[in-house]
Design a protein around this ligand. Structure first.
Ligand code: SF4
Ligand code: SF4
Length: 371
């Protein structure tokens, strides 16, 4: 399998530590050294992660032999690109910023929904194959945030893609808004190795609800709660690497402590994770399945399901910053209007198969998400 010699923990470079609002290169160097000393070699950056490519050049590329690590970066053709040339220019910028000479893994960044069209329109699919032939890219794949159906369609159209990067965590394994299990199964069906991103759900699962923490602490008092999330992801079959977006030396040390000699979860540990997920499922949530039938009839184009997903994050994890971040991405980031713009016409409620009192719930979201 592709990358079978790579140890399973990857250093995600999206949330690097900062000092006075700029990336703390000295701390990143220390983290890189700890990571490499423990035998890990996979680093994941992106053109779109501000300052990250430049930081990894200083902390890794200029300090270690090029063949001693694998570097992945990504092309986000859907960000401010009007032409193919503008999209391709991201690759040249990435080469320059990282100083890496070539990329071991190159990803088309965040496919799904309206974003896929940019890669189609600019024919980035063939362009990456040309770069591969030139030796500037070793392996090509894409990261993805959408439905299993859409992933199936892309992988059917593009069997040449060597791997996919998916958002997978134990809490969202069956979550209808994220569909971790669904996208994972599609990737397996197409025999694509999977790189897992956000196993700790952007850090949220490091501080889960108390009932969940209790399940984990009772099972293994000395293991961190976050470790369960990373180990769940690493335990899945066909996983090439699990990315952890580490922001401190402490997080790095914790991750290394349990991933250094990780050789799978035993039955008891799997049962513990299932128990934790069952506790999460007991927390009352808005029963939105993200079917988006409501979106088809809403005259104001309100981001209803995105608002509900954000509200559910608030209910589950009591983390307002994470909830608002999700709302911004799922609503504004997808060109939809905020719940404050709802005119209360009620059309959505007639379309909702879950019979949700959408108007009432949206009002509650507006209050609690603080708009
Ligand atoms: S009630 Fe609000 S959210 Fe529902 S369809 Fe009307 S404007 Fe859209
Ligand atoms: S129709 Fe109902 S279940 Fe479907 S997305 Fe809208 S609110 Fe959620």
């Amino acid at each position: 399998m592709l990358g079978e010699n790579i140890k399973k923990l990857g250093f995600g470079l999206m949330r690097l530590p900062k000092k006075d609002e700029v990336i703390d290169i000295e701390q990143v160097k220390e983290m890189v050294d700890l990571f490499m000393d423990a035998g890990f070699t996979y680093f994941d950056t992106a053109w779109a992660y501000a300052g990250s490519e430049d930081a990894i050049r200083q902390a890794l590329v200029e300090r270690y032999p090029r063949e001693s690590f694998q570097l992945a970066t990504k092309n986000a053709a859907w960000i401010n690109c009007k032409t193919k040339e503008e999209a391709i220019a991201q690759f040249d910028t990435s080469l320059k910023q990282t100083g890496a000479g070539y990329f071991d893994f190159y990803l088309l960044h965040n496919l799904g929904e309206a974003r896929t069209k940019y890669f189609d329109d600019f024919d980035m699919w063939n362009w990456v194959q040309e770069k591969k032939k030139e030796g500037l890219i070793k392996h090509v794949g894409f990261s993805f945030h959408s439905t299993p159906e859409e992933l199936d369609e892309i992988l059917t159209k593009h069997p040449e893609m060597e791997f996919v990067q998916l958002q997978i965590n134990y809490a969202d394994w069956e979550n209808p808004a994220i569909q971790s299990r669904g996208v994972y199964e599609v990737a397996r069906k197409h025999n694509k190795p999977v790189i897992i991103m956000e196993p700790v759900k952007g850090g949220i699962l490091a501080n889960p609800p108390e009932v969940v923490e209790k399940v984990f602490k009772e099972a293994e008092p000395s293991s961190s709660v976050a470790s369960w999330a990373v180990r769940f992801a690493a335990n899945l079959e066909g996983v090439l690497v699990v990315l952890s977006g580490m922001s401190s030396i402490e997080q790095m040390k914790d991750n290394l402590s349990y991933m250094k000699d990780f050789c799978g979860l035993d039955e008891k540990q799997v049962t513990t994770i299932n128990k934790a997920r069952a506790e999460l499922n007991k927390i009352p949530l808005i029963p939105c399945t993200t079917c988006n039938y409501c979106a088809k009839v809403c005259p104001e184009d309100i981001g209803i399901s995105g608002t509900f997903t954000a509200m559910n994050i608030l209910n589950l994890y009591n983390n307002k910053a994470a909830a608002v971040h999700q709302e911004n991405w799922l609503v504004g980031g997808h060109g939809r209007k905020k719940a404050t713009e709802c005119v209360k016409c009620g059309a959505c409620e007639e379309a909702c198969p879950q019979h949700i009192s959408i108007r009432e719930e949206l009002e509650r979201c507006v209050k609690e998400l603080g708009e």
